[in-house]
Design a protein around this ligand. Structure first.
Ligand code: BYC
Length: 474
């Protein structure tokens, strides 16, 4: 019999919880089967220089060493409990934070946890082939780090389902291993997690844009009145930061390399840039448009009674709820949302409670803009006039007020036909994707070497040199 307390680093007193142990005895082998089937392709024998969380202390959550990924110790960690913590918003404001699931909110909470949990294995599935065309050992190690941590985030949600939701929770935990990204019959729950991640440009965009949705959703759940959920999400956020770092620096390094080549060869035209084996800035903008629009859909509808009730009942807060100076009830407050009226986009003030998805989306967009500004400095420093911009919030949306409308990146309301005629100018066309993928046909695995289309990072992982053997192929 496997000793789970030994195998699963945890701070939830796993050794004493017989019910949980029994549940895990069933789930853990199914998880391993899923990892072998859907985890990174042809990776099982590789030794990877990974960080593993072995405790929540500052010196414990980032232990570096070589690990074969199937032997990674997927731990269960919650931020330590603050016994004075209260429900900080909604109708239960001021009550002690709940340590067990309130009966009347059981199915709603389970649903939110399942939705969050579902994204974690989905992203691993989306990225499973990318190791086969990595631009360096450094990047290969980083994608594997992201993948094992998404696996751990699945564990985090499964722990909550097993520990607090009885038989329904166990069934949901099993279903998390059964859905598959992009599967026509049994897809992942949210739209963006059924899109393919076919190349490394898409991967960096995904970790910059979509992992950041993860950050904002986790921040909102970290405010939850259900304390175990709040504490789990707090700890997940420490790992999420690295994923967004991989995305932001990945895009920066591609831009850096493109700018170097443009300067060196004095070329500006996209086809000339492509001929030199780097990704033109116009294509970068198209990928940005796609990933931004698909990701902002993940925040849900602009007006959502679900979001209002999550808040009123104390289950899901706002970004940085406790730092906001208001009544934390929002009974009479309003919030501006956009909608299409005729051929114009207008602003309407609606109840702040129903607009909570929109508010979180706006907080997210403000942070994204900061990253885009940092990317633009690379072009500025290279003396290149091209600038990346965020498309209008209504561009290419499938959820909320803009769904079914045809909005240009500049925010004009167009006919379907006019929009379709410009589609390939705004979003990656089949030919653009083919070009990007043509740069990524094989993997670069010589220590210290990088593919031509991406600059090396400024520094290595955990102060290791750039030519460190981040992955051992043996
Ligand atoms: N695709 O009232 P609404 C991450 C559904 S990422 C498909 O607006 P609500 C990560 C919705 O379910 C963060 N369906 O919805 C990143 C609802 O269905 P029903 C993941 C969608 O509930 C990278 C209906 O439409 N975490 O961690 O207010 C790598 C009405 O919509 C979508 C969470 O999302 C969509 N995009 O808001 C790894 C947090 N959007 O009731 C990991 C948990 C909406 O009609 N989830 N629908 O059947 C939530 O809080 C909410 O479910 C949502 C949706 C904010 C997502």
């Amino acid at each position: 019999m496997i000793d789970y307390t030994e195998k699963i680093p945890n701070n939830v007193d796993l050794g004493r919880d017989r019910v949980l142990q029994r549940a895990l005895e069933h789930w853990q082998p199914a998880y391993m089967n899923w990892w072998y089937d859907m985890g990174p392709s042809e990776s099982h024998a590789l030794e990877v220089y990974l960080r593993t969380a072995t405790s929540v202390e500052p010196d414990g959550w980032a232990q570096f060493g070589y690990v074969r990924m199937p032997e990674y110790r997927w731990g269960i960690f919650l931020q330590p409990r603050d016994v004075a913590r209260q429900v900080n918003f909604g109708v239960h404001k001021g009550q002690p934070a709940w340590q067990e699931v309130p009966g009347e909110y059981r199915s709603t909470l389970r649903r939110v946890i399942v939705t969050q949990g579902d994204t974690e294995p989905a992203s691993v599935e989306q990225q499973r082939l990318l190791g086969m065309c990595c631009p360096s050992l450094y990047d290969l190690r980083n994608i594997f780090q992201v993948n094992v941590e998404e696996g751990r985030h699945l564990w985090a949600m499964v722990y909550l389902l097993h520990r607090y939701f009885g038989r329904d929770g166990r069934e949901e935990a099993e279903a998390l291993l059964e859905r598959r990204s992009g599967d026509a019959d049994n897809p992942r729950i949210l739209g963006a997690f059924n899109e393919p991640t076919p190349d490394w440009l898409a991967f960096y965009m995904f970790t910059f844009f979509t992992d950041r949705d993860g950050k904002f959703q986790l921040c909102a759940l970290a405010e939850s009145g259900f304390d175990p959920l709040a504490r789990t999400c707090r700890f997940m956020l420490t790992e999420e930061a690295h994923h967004m770092f991989v995305g932001e620096t990945g895009i920066s390094r591609i831009l850096q390399r493109t700018c170097e080549v443009m300067q060196e060869h004095k070329v500006e035209n996209a086809s000339d840039v492509r001929a030199l084996g780097v990704i033109d800035l116009q294509t970068m903008q198209k990928y940005l448009n796609f990933h931004f629009s698909v990701t902002i859909d993940l925040f849900g509808s602009d007006a959502s009674s679900n979001a209002a009730s999550y808040y009123t009942t104390g289950l899901k807060g706002r970004y940085e709820e406790t730092k906001i100076d208001d009544d934390h009830m929002l009974q009479n407050a309003e919030y501006p949302v956009l909608e299409v009226s005729g051929n114009k986009i207008i602003t309407r003030h609606v109840s702040a409670l129903t607009a909570l998805n929109e508010r979180l989306r706006d907080d997210y967009i403000a942070e994204i803009q900061g990253g885009v500004d940092r990317w633009n400095k690379i072009m500025e420093q290279a003396g290149i006039s091209f600038r990346l911009t965020l498309p209008h919030k209504g561009f290419h949306r499938a959820i909320g007020n803009f769904a079914g409308h045809f909005i240009s990146p500049e925010g004009e309301v167009l006919t379907k036909e006019a929009w379709e005629n410009n589609r390939d100018k705004w979003m990656p066309s089949a030919a653009d994707q083919k070009f990007v993928q043509s740069l990524m046909t094989g993997r670069v695995i010589e220590p210290g070497k990088f593919a031509n289309w991406i600059a090396p990072p400024i520094r290595g992982v955990n102060r290791q040199p750039l030519n460190f053997e981040y992955v051992r192929f043996n």
